[in-house]
Design a protein. Structure first.
Length: 68
């Protein structure tokens, strides 16, 4: 989540870096759900990761429609 956040802040107009941040957020969400066992708050962080990934994906889709 930290790495994805840093990449998101750095990637102002770069579509490739934004996609990389989305991948890191999705991986963080998957790992969070997979390892949630005794740590119930890890599920919350995994959901937050997936929400951030969805927001970045929406941003990419909006920017793609503007350019066309």
């Amino acid at each position: 989540m930290l790495i994805a956040g840093i990449i998101t802040l750095v990637s102002k107009e770069s579509k490739g870096l934004t996609i990389t941040a989305i991948v890191f957020y999705i991986l963080g969400g998957i790992l969070g759900f997979a390892n949630a066992g005794t740590f119930s708050d890890l599920k919350i962080w995994a959901v937050i990761d997936l929400i951030f990934a969805a927001c970045l994906l929406i941003q990419i889709l909006k920017n793609g429609k503007k350019e066309n």
